[in-house]
Design a protein around this ligand. Structure first.
Ligand code: SF4
Ligand code: SF4
Ligand code: SF4
Length: 301
């Protein structure tokens, strides 16, 4: 691999998660059974370790066949000039934040779907296109999706996006936790490539232990808060940081699972507009017509 020497260099010179806990954390739990609904798999993102190299963005695109530039182009830090959100061009993005009260390095924060334990997007989807898998992944079925966009409204982290350039035939896009890779016992692409082990894949319960261990060992380094431990009923992806999470542009959320809220939205929409069956039939009909039309026409995009 072309960037091997840079990667080795970074591994030696950067404070890594390994140095913090005295063990190779990233792959520590990867061999465990990945299909336990009681203890799903997850990822711990340590924003104090991340160096903002954005290799995870590149690897994610490559794993999902999204057009991508050469990996060397991701060294360009001008990407941090504007705050970015994941979309159909990048299922994960890294943003950089400076801590105005400390001389510490900036915090680089990778953003993607949190794979909630009780996902609002799944609850809001009226056709069952979004599903929570036993290993913790929240994935979707493009063929079932009718483009109603309730999942977008319901998500407390504002993650699902649609390909708006295909307004009548949109595909939902979001991180799928590399479902196709993990079911083959491979690491998520972003975890595999991270040169400093800022992202650790494993059983959620073990990741929580690891996060608490780091906070206890280095209280000056971390806020005593694991984002995702309790928020919206808990999430598979969790974060550590040295700053308050709202300063890193995470929403302040209660511990209450979000599906109740989304169900209320969904039922509210139905009671004020059209009956569910009619709306379902209309959206489903439009999607069916467009999907069949596109199959019979050459792709012009
Ligand atoms: S973060 Fe949003 S899209 Fe991801 S599982 Fe939770 S509700 Fe669904
Ligand atoms: S888990 Fe897979 S889909 Fe999600 S951000 Fe990482 S590489 Fe992308
Ligand atoms: S998570 Fe890892 S690969 Fe992604 S930007 Fe941070 S250090 Fe680089």
């Amino acid at each position: 691999m072309k960037n091997q020497s840079r990667r080795d260099f970074l591994k030696i010179t950067t404070i890594s998660a390994t140095a913090l806990v005295g063990a190779s954390a990233t792959k520590l739990f990867a061999s465990g059974n990945p299909t336990s609904s009681i203890d799903p798999m997850g990822v711990l993102v340590d924003t104090t370790v991340c160096i903002g190299c954005r290799k995870c963005e590149w690897a994610c695109k490559k794993a999902h066949n999204i057009d991508t530039k050469p990996i060397e182009d991701y060294d360009n830090r001008s990407a941090f000039e504007n705050y970015r959100r994941p979309d159909h061009t990048s299922l994960t993005v890294v943003n950089e934040f400076r801590n105005p009260t400390a001389e510490s390095k900036p915090y680089d924060v990778k953003v993607q779907c949190m794979h909630c334990n009780e996902p609002a997007c799944v609850s809001a989807c009226i056709v069952g296109a979004m599903t929570k898998q036993e290993n913790g992944s929240v994935i979707w079925d493009t063929d079932k999706c009718i483009g109603c966009r309730f999942c977008m409204v319901a998500c407390p982290f504002q993650i699902p996006t649609f390909e708006y350039h295909k307004a009548l035939q949109p595909d939902i896009t979001k991180c799928d936790f590399c479902f196709e890779r993990t079911k083959e016992a491979l690491l998520p692409a972003c975890v595999e490539i991270c040169p400093v082990e800022a992202v650790t894949y494993g059983k959620r319960s073990e990741l929580l232990k690891l996060a608490k261990k780091r906070i206890n060992l280095y209280p000056e380094r971390y806020k005593e808060h694991i984002l995702g431990e309790h928020e919206v009923g808990g999430t598979s992806w969790m974060y550590l940081a040295g700053m308050d999470f709202d300063k890193l542009k995470f929403p302040k959320l209660s511990t209450k699972a979000a599906p109740g809220v989304s169900e209320a939205i969904q039922h509210g929409i139905f009671s004020y507009f059209v009956p569910p069956a009619s709306l379902f039939a209309l959206l489903g009909g439009i999607m069916w017509l467009n999907k069949n039309k596109s199959k019979s026409e050459p792709d012009t995009e």
